[in-house]
Design a protein around this ligand. Structure first.
Ligand SMILES: NC(=O)C1=CN([C@@H]2O[C@H](COP(=O)(O)OP(=O)(O)OC[C@H]3O[C@@H](n4cnc5c(N)ncnc54)[C@H](O)[C@@H]3O)[C@@H](O)[C@H]2O)C=CC1
Ligand SMILES: O=C(O)C(=O)Cc1ccc(O)cc1
Length: 325
């Protein structure tokens, strides 16, 4: 790396000439919200010379070109991978293996590869299978920033500023490869964290994948009712908050749910047990129990929103064995 990214950005902002960007040629596979925002952020930080986009549809790549997100539409991934400095794979997780397969045979010895997938154990497994002895060049990542909107038109340079990006390094990553990928995400303004792939998937099953599944389920159930218009007419801001994420991309979420199926099933079972507990309290007219659960949840939610983390002691007396365990 020629310069620490933010130093180089500051130098270029202040008008100093002769400071080279940290990355020459960057390939982005999947130039949508996440890939497009990464491209725009590297450009805004003056950390890249050229961004070449690859994707499934020429139409969306042309849109990304017109929006100034990429500099060229790539035609030959294998050829471009030979001398790329950095490659980001930002397709739905089910397509990451296919993108890796396109670059694997010709991947340059000094090229580093990262991804943005919402799941990590499956991505690591496919990367090792496809890249073989080159898997050390792949440093997995997951930006915890996004939205229910998708596509290149939703991309913005500021998306990652101050937001966490979880890196799940591999034992075979060299210190240099890890540093290059960390530098790229840091140049986007991210707050870098590290987890193992397995721990990552457990955590995100609970705080991201399950909430999306629940939101899709609620809206699906209402949408299929005969008088769904009446329900939606009267839905207020609580419904809006709970269901915003049900407007997320169905294909992307299909892939995430399937990729993290084991952890998600575990979280779903816990949630069902929680619902059973609340149902039993409701049926028994046990207002104390309802209020005790709501009180713990309210304090945890408020502490989290205030940035203190959810460190409220779970002091609710357990009504059922599953809560006590
Ligand atoms: N949307 C979000 O809030 C977040 C998404 N992610 C992850 O980032 C990745 C991308 O998500 P978004 O940018 O939101 O989706 P998006 O739908 O905005 O962009 C995905 C892009 O990948 C392209 N694509 C789809 N299948 C492909 C294939 N087989 N080969 C090549 N290109 C293909 C699409 O044409 C599109 O341009 C996913 O893996 C997702 O799990 C991670 C963090 C947040
Ligand atoms: O829209 C939202 O609030 C999100 O939760 C965005 C999001 C979606 C997928 C991820 O892996 C990370 C963040």
């Amino acid at each position: 790396m020629s310069q620490p990214p933010l130093v180089a950005a500051a130098a270029s902002d202040s008008g100093l000439s002769g400071v080279r960007p940290s990355f020459g040629k960057v390939l982005v596979f999947g130039v949508g919200l996440i890939g497009g925002s990464f491209a725009l952020a590297l450009k805004a930080a003056a950390e890249v010379e050229e961004i070449v986009g690859f994707g499934r549809s020429l139409g969306s790549l042309k849109e990304a070109l017109a929006l100034g997100i990429i500099d060229r539409v790539g035609a030959n991934a294998a050829q471009e991978a030979m001398d790329a400095d950095l490659i980001l794979i930002a397709t739905p997780v089910g397509a990451i293996g296919e993108a890796l397969a396109r670059i694997a045979p010709t991947l340059g010895a000094n090229t580093v590869v990262t991804d943005a997938g919402s799941t990590k154990s499956d991505v690591v497994a496919i990367a090792r299978a496809v890249l073989g002895e080159r898997s050390g060049q792949f440093v997995p990542a997951h930006p915890i920033a996004g939205a229910e909107n998708s596509g290149a038109a939703a991309a913005r340079a500021e998306l990652y500023r101050g937001r966490k990006v979880v890196i799940t390094p591999l034992a075979e990553n060299s210190a240099a490869a890890l540093a290059r990928v960390r530098a790229a995400w840091a140049a986007c303004g991210a707050d870098l964290r590290e987890l193992t792939p397995a721990r990552h998937d457990e955590v995100f099953a609970a705080v991201s994948h399950l909430p999306h599944l629940l939101s899709f389920a609620l809206v699906h159930d209402l949408a299929l009712r005969d008088e769904h218009d009446t329900f939606f007419t009267y839905a207020a801001s609580g419904f809006r908050d709970f269901t915003r994420i049900a407007a997320s991309h169905p294909e992307m979420w299909r892939d995430i749910c399937l990729a993290n199926r084991a952890a998600l099933l575990g979280e779903l079972d816990r949630y069902r047990a929680e619902l059973d507990d609340l149902r039993a309290a409701l049926q028994a007219g046990d207002g104390d129990r309802l209020q005790a659960v709501f009180d713990v949840a309210r304090r945890a939610r408020r502490a989290w929103a205030e940035g203190a983390g959810a460190e409220v002691a779970a002091s609710t007396p357990a009504a059922t064995p599953h809560i006590a365990s």
